[in-house]
Ligand binder design. Sequence first.
Ligand SMILES: *Cc1c(COP(=O)(O)O)cnc(C)c1O
Length: 393
Amino acid sequence: MKKIKIETLLAHDGKKAHSKGAVVPPIYQNSLFTMESWEDIDQAFDDRVNNYIYSRGNNPSVRIVEDKIAQIAGGESAKLFASGMGAISASILSCIEKGSHVITIKNIYGPTNNLLQSYFKPKFGIDITYISGTEISEFENAIQDNTSLIFLESPSSVIFSLQDIKSISKLAKNKGIKTIIDNTWATPIYQKPLAMGVDLEVHSCSKYICGHSDVVAGVVIGSEEIITNIFTKEFELLGAKIAPFEAWLLLRSLRTLKIRMEQHQKNALIIAKFLEKHPKIEKVNYPGLKSFPQYELGKKQMTGFSSLMSFQLKTDDLEKIKQFFNGLSLFQIGVSWGGHESLIYAPAISYLKELSKEQFDEMGIQLGDMRISIGLESAEDLMEDINRSLSSI
Ligand SMILES: *Cc1c(COP(=O)(O)O)cnc(C)c1O
């Protein structure tokens, strides 16, 4: 059969996990799977990765989702985790050892930064170099003899800056350095880092892949060899497994991933263009805008754009900033993103707690920076809501 398209893959599960013709596969709410004989269980242990023995390792409700995500991302294999951070910590651990050097970008997702900087660095003595990531020369200059990992996030958190995935992967491969990318923003629908040479792709499935704001989960995708390695070490031993019910909810979510992303993108572009022209807005950070400094690179390595963006209010009067923030009615206040509902968050709320004034300035974050996740509502209603709240300040 001709290679089937993504929307077909997402809508069908194949017949493997169905029983009695059920159109939706059942939830295998099992901690263990029994066998017929000594010989059967003995044989099952010879391939723990592919047999169902115990649900800390493998479970059919989880496996069906892993296979589907691997296929849409163009990877050989995938492993689901209890959270995005579970997937990120396991994948980083699989690429470092005591004394390793890691290169990453300044605007990396906060908890990933904390994991490297406040946990792995003091515990394992790893060394970290932070770069903006926009120039390939920064990577070339940062590489040391003990560099074992380049950790990318493109687009990055907060300012959505991009890294040239293909060139960086090529450079890393030549030097025997592993690459991981956090691909949560673009999803496997709009960006295929494995095809560009990255070793491991990680996602927080809590965002667009779930899309209904009812699951926290993560996934790692890569070659069969690397995923098998992660399965038997970081996955089974650290134990950050996903529950069968949550995997089942993700299977539900995947059926609409492509059409949801199309709607998120459509809404986001309308809102971004509106914000860009508004007199009370200083700047909009959205890779889908032609005015975005790396628009051309974005077009080259992504086939679409999602709906998380940030913008800066012109005012730096904290009272007015709060008034705008609290004055919205369709945008709910909260962390996370990628769900059906529109959300707003101000990065300053976290960073003012965690960083010194100098570090805050260094990251290029302003008091009036707003991060919004555009949901599946009517773009017109959302625009009106923002406009109304802006008029009040
Ligand atoms: C949310 C998020 C994560 C962490 O995922 P969890 O599922 O919350 O653990 C990782 N990377 C990015 C870019 C995120 O936004």
